[in-house]
Design a binder for this molecule. Structure first.
Ligand code: 0X9
Ligand code: ZN
Length: 683
């Protein structure tokens, strides 16, 4: 697809010189920055540039919007290659490709048949049409908060007999366009709605699924931002085409690469027209990064505290109407599965957003989610449908305050981020088609099949809990829970409050999330003994770009090998641990490449006996002397957390609470809760 329109794959190696960086014909561009270590990644993210999620073990892709972005990279000593040398030209080429595709295509193979990107009004029209034409199957709803520019955000609920109030079915939620420029994320979300509606009644699998589970679809979470991005993005070709483009107009993609919402000043709504004009120092635009504004560990690593940054977390957890919308939607329904779509990188990401050894706000390692095996299993199965990579979110880079790091940890409902497509925020439209339906080895699968697997999981009672019993016909049942969700520096109060109605037969079955939140569930952590079984220390000095090796022999049974590196200056040294094999070769068994100034420590569990090489590498520019300590320890495993939480189940008639019960339900449990007293009181 890329080759057809050219440009995107051109790769010039440009270790930029000042003249280049500062030149007046600078074009916004996508570059691949060399980041051989985690320290380099940390250093890069501290520059506050517009990092994309397209990153590997030794590179991160970055959008350079202005000459000063390029200068910042250069002054920090980074090397980079240019991948898309001129994003404005690329935008124009993509638009040309899209026009050609639309002209040549009557009806695309997508469920809706669309052959071009939707604008905001097209999404609204689609939701209206789906609901209008299928009233028994589709219900349109407005989210509770208007956007900062006063727009309503809409979604549809899709289910067999969608208006039934007594069925207690589990809920699956799909979200698109948190990030304005990620157009395919809205397309796939709304196409999935079309797909379900189109195939309900004719496709046995989809029909059966829609009897078991309700589907909520919100294709455009960030309505203000998306409107700006798509309008400006599609304008570029017009300026280009009519030859009316001047150098200065064409030199800016306007808001085509806007990422965030329209919050220009914390706590204030933008003035009319202000958001469109406020394009920040970088073309990623002003605003709050909605995918850093959720409550879960809000304000922690991987989220910026300053508004100028691409990942600005906002003034406080849930400070933005767009995240409040999703919060209230998730808090008011039993959402057992969630996918939030983004672009790009061909990834299926699962919680958590920070690595398990990250010490969290409670002073303990954050650990893996208690549901890691199940989360991984489903993530891997979904990734196998589209050829994406299934991984923890933190393997991409640290994030806090993201959608599913909040929703999963607060509700227990499984949540995933999809990063759609290999290499662009909004590629030529045929790629949207291919990613949805699958192509090549994945033809007939793609994200469509991955989404269906997620839907099946959300419907599967083994993956959530079921509460059932007798209750008076027509009574309202309520499941409620109030708790403090940990942010990085405090807590935010969350209330989950969901209802259903008891059917005419006087019994109910309610598919719900587990009563205990993942974030407070018991987790195992290893506690290392205080006295080492063996310890050796050494010192050395390593010049920039050089490394120094020391040997350490593990000559006894031990639970942990610890290698710790310390030095007096604020420079950056990295530490690697390698094991010497029988043939003399070395295998890397551990590394520590923390941020600049951070001391390095490697822990290796159950180290095999033999000789180890401890390698000190100097990544930064000074030449410090260092202290290296290698120790062997015994350890014990201990449990932290381990709180058990309950739902409060109430039975209400005419707004009066007639009976209340605590209900504890773990994942996979089926719990009986009879509400007989409710009936007697009522009589
Ligand atoms: O950084 C992000 O918000 C996402 N990438 S994007 O380029 N689309 O902006 C990735 C977030 C993944 N992390 C978690 N969900 N924890
Ligand atoms: Zn995104």
């Amino acid at each position: 697809m890329l080759a057809a329109v050219g440009g995107a794959t051109a790769s010039t190696t440009a270790t930029a010189d000042t003249a280049h960086a500062a030149s007046s014909d600078f074009r916004p561009q996508l570059v691949t920055v060399d980041t051989p270590t985690r320290a380099a990644k940390a250093k890069l993210s501290a520059l506050g540039l517009d990092l994309t999620e397209h990153a590997g073990h030794d590179f991160v892709e970055v959008v350079l919007h202005t000459p000063s972005d390029a200068l910042a990279l250069q002054l920090a000593g980074f090397r980079w290659q240019t991948r898309i040398p001129d994003l404005v030209q690329r935008e124009s080429d993509v638009n040309a490709a899209n026009r050609a595709y639309a002209a040549a295509t009557g009806t695309s193979p997508l469920p809706s048949g669309r052959d071009s990107y939707r604008r905001l009004a097209d999404y609204t029209a689609d939701l209206d049409r789906l609901a209008g034409q299928h009233p028994g199957l589709v219900r349109k709803f407005a989210l509770p908060h208007q956007s900062l520019e006063g727009k309503q955000v809409h979604g549809v609920e899709i289910a067999h007999d969608v208006r039934a109030t007594d069925d207690g079915r589990p809920v699956f939620l799909m979200l698109g366009l948190h990030h304005a420029r990620e157009w395919p994320s809205g397309e796939h979300t709304v196409e999935f709605a079309h797909d379900l509606v189109k195939n309900y009644g004719s496709d046995a699998r989809i029909t059966a699924l829609l009897k078991k589970v309700r589907v909520l679809v919100v294709p455009v979470v960030n309505v203000d931002g998306f409107e700006k991005s798509v309008n400006d993005g599609q304008l570029i070709d017009l300026r280009d085409l009519d030859d009316g483009g001047t150098g200065s107009i064409l030199a800016t993609p306007g808001n085509a690469y806007k990422r965030k919402n329209c919050r220009i000043v914390d706590g204030q709504r933008p003035l009319a027209g202000e958001c469109a004009l406020a394009s920040s120092p970088g073309g990623f635009g002003a605003g709050v990064d909605l995918n850093r504004n959720y409550g879960g560990l809000w304000g922690g690593p991987g989220a910026a505290a300053e508004p100028v940054h691409a990942t600005y977390r906002g003034a406080g957890p849930f400070s933005e109407p767009e995240t409040q919308n999703v919060r209230e939607l998730v808090s008011g329904r039993q959402v057992t599965g969630l996918i939030t779509n983004h672009t790009f990188s061909d990834l299926v990401l699962r919680p958590n957003g920070v690595a398990p050894d990250t010490v969290g706000p409670d002073g303990q390692p954050v650990g893996d989610p208690p549901d890691e095996p199940a989360l991984k299993e489903l993530g891997d199965r979904m990734a196998a449908q589209n050829g994406y990579t299934s991984q923890h979110s933190w393997e991409l880079y640290d994030t806090t305050g993201t959608t599913e790091d909040w929703s999963y940890n607060a509700t227990g409902g499984y949540g995933y981020t999809f990063e759609i497509g290999p290499d662009e925020f909004h590629p030529p439209f045929p790629e949207v088609v291919d990613e949805y339906l699958g192509k090549g080895a994945y033809a007939g699968k793609g994200n469509r099949e991955a989404y269906l697997l997620a839907l099946e999981s959300a419907a599967d009672p083994e993956q959530h809990a079921v509460i059932s019993g007798k209750a008076p016909a027509g009574a309202t049942l309520r499941l409620k829970k109030t708790f403090a969700t940990p942010t990085w520096s405090g807590t935010v109060k969350d209330t989950l409050d969901t209802t259903m109605e008891v059917g005419a037969d006087g019994s109910y079955t309610w598919h719900v999330n587990p009563s205990t939140r993942p974030v407070v569930k018991a987790r195992q952590i290893e506690v290392v003994g205080s006295e080492p079984l063996k310890r050796e220390t050494s010192t050395g000095t390593t010049a920039p770009g050089q490394s120094t090796d020391r040997e350490f022999v593990v000559d006894r049974d031990a639970d942990v090998l610890e290698a710790a590196l310390d030095w007096p200056t604020p420079d950056d040294l990295d530490l690697y641990v390698l094991r010497r094999n029988a043939d003399g070769s070395l295998t890397r068994v551990g590394s520590s490449t923390g941020s600049v100034g951070e001391k390095e420590r490697v822990l290796i569990d159950d180290p095999q006996q033999g000789t180890y090489v401890l390698r000190v590498e100097n990544w930064a520019s000074a030449s410090p002397s260092w202290n290296l300590t290698a120790s062997l320890y015994e350890s014990t495993t201990s449990e932290v957390g381990g709180v058990i939480e309950n739902w409060t189940l109430s039975c209400e008639k005419d707004g009066k609470v007639l009976q209340q019960l605590p209900v504890v339900a773990d994942r996979g449990d089926r719990v009986k809760a009879d509400l007989g007293e409710c009936g007697r009181k009522q009589g």
